[in-house]
Design a protein around this ligand. Sequence first.
Ligand SMILES: NC(=O)c1ccc[n+]([C@@H]2O[C@H](COP(=O)([O-])OP(=O)(O)OC[C@H]3O[C@@H](n4cnc5c(N)ncnc54)[C@H](OP(=O)(O)O)[C@@H]3O)[C@@H](O)[C@H]2O)c1
Length: 404
Amino acid sequence: MTQKNPKPRQRDRESETDSDSEQLKIRREKKQRRPDRQTDRMKNIPLLLMGCGGVGRQLLQHIVSCRSLHAQQGVHLRVVGVCDSKSLVVAPDVITRELNDQTLSEVCRVKSNGSSLSALGDLGLALVDCSASSETIGVLNQVVDMGCCIVLANKKPLTSTMEDYDKLVSYPRRLRHESTVGAGLPVMASLNRILSSGDPVHRIIGSLSGTYFRKALIQCTLGYVMSEVEDGKPLSDVVKAAKNLGFTEPDPRDDLSGMDVARKGLILARLLGRRINLDTIKIESLYPDEMGPDKMSVEEFLGSGVVSLDNDVQERVKKASLNGNVLRYVCVIEGSRCEVGIQELPKDSPLGRLRGSDNVLEIYSRCYNKQPLVIQGAGAGNDTTAAGVLADILDIQDLFPSEE
Ligand SMILES: NC(=O)c1ccc[n+]([C@@H]2O[C@H](COP(=O)([O-])OP(=O)(O)OC[C@H]3O[C@@H](n4cnc5c(N)ncnc54)[C@H](OP(=O)(O)O)[C@@H]3O)[C@@H](O)[C@H]2O)c1
């Protein structure tokens, strides 16, 4: 019989082979989805995004476009909510699902014992602050104790009072803020590696100028201004042209005040352990107090104010040039000193060679003593900033449990 009818067997073998290859395919796909070989499980990271401006929107686009890459890495970024300054959008299951009865009983048990709800476990949520607001500081302070992770592009929470700062960094493993200085450049990662190896950093000098992004142009406002002035153009012409080109904030004094650079300097100084505040940083503004926004309109500043600064700046450029130097708007952290302003620097130093829109940071430590560690590249732009935020989120994945 069997000899007479070999076809069904063959068919069986074929279908076995089919099913084998199907199984193999499924196993392969599963492996691709779950490459965490030790546990064979996916990491599921719930995110709440605060701020959906240029950086926030770009982050969401990165998350969507990286879905298959992240699946291969065994990670799923689950955005459970997004908020702007006035409203919050949350995942529908937050509205339709509920805590089960067992959890409700546990809540009652924990509270009747006089304990905190944190006894039920960490919240297991990452809060991502891509706002430009200091209003988020309150909520960030609260979630620190709830076991949440925090990822910041926003500089303001880290440049608030020392008390707020201490609270925010109280669980350093749960905090990432690479994009607050130099956008996507690996500034924090490099400094943390140097510091954790016991190599003391004694000096940082960097051109970390505030930047502006419009119509696909990314420019370091102060980098642009200093480059143009060095080429012999009057400061007033450069500032007016920069404003017309859309390289400045609507009021160019927001860029020229140096406040944004000072915030970055403070973040770096505090990382090095300096217990200082924004008001202890010496900031050289490119305009005097009597030309401030409370004394003069933007039109008056651009019309008559900034012109009166031309000669002084031109003199400084000439003097620097006679010394073989160039002028750069930099942030310097050395010992207890943290200063922001114009400095004369050797033409052939990494900062002296800088042209255009890059950020440059020179780090001096015991290991990088005569020759500094130099980090250079685009220090702004929604794309690179959001990429830095995304890398930070992936960097904390080990703090989230794997799921079947
Ligand atoms: N762009 C860059 O190159 C760059 C580089 C490094 C770091 N950063 C930092 O990244 C952050 C975002 O920059 P951006 O250019 O995206 O700014 P942006 O376009 O001005 O967007 C800011 C967003 O924050 C929201 N927001 C304001 N107050 C809020 C609050 N209390 N709670 C929640 N959201 C709030 C705004 O909401 P509304 O729309 O309702 O006003 C807006 O969606 C800033 O802190 C910036 O300094 C930017």
